[in-house]
Design a protein around this ligand. Structure first.
Ligand SMILES: [Zn+2]
Length: 117
């Protein structure tokens, strides 16, 4: 699956999270909660730009997200780090989608986007 197709599928499946935008502080808070709960390492979160895409540096445990990121984009990049650390998976595949689903379910349960920044 190309990554564009993947994003399309993802954004269709998680419309709610795609439309939830986070304050930068809030995004970092949520990232910490997710990484603590699912036990993987996030060394650094860079926030810059206003584009609707992010980036993950697998070997550095580092991600990039734009200001005011959508919740689904934050989760996408975090899922990349998780997949690399747990399954050595660097791809946009079913396994990544499974992890994204898991993270979304967790965030829905906790209503994390309602947290104050
Ligand atoms: Zn990706």
């Amino acid at each position: 699956m190309t990554y564009l197709k993947f994003y399309q599928k993802e954004n269709d499946a998680f419309k709610t999270e795609y439309n939830i935008h986070l304050e930068d502080k809030q995004a970092i808070k949520i990232a910490k909660k997710i990484s603590r709960h699912f036990k993987f390492t996030v060394n650094e979160i860079k926030i810059y730009g206003k584009k609707s895409h992010g980036y993950a540096w697998f070997r550095l445990n580092k991600i990039k997200i734009p200001h005011n990121t959508s919740l689904s984009l934050l989760i996408h990049e975090l899922a990349h780090l998780y997949e690399y650390q747990k399954h050595n998976n660097e791809r946009h595949n079913k396994q990544l989608m499974k992890t994204i689903q898991k993270f979304i379910k967790y965030c829905r349960k906790k209503n994390y986007w309602l947290l104050e920044g």
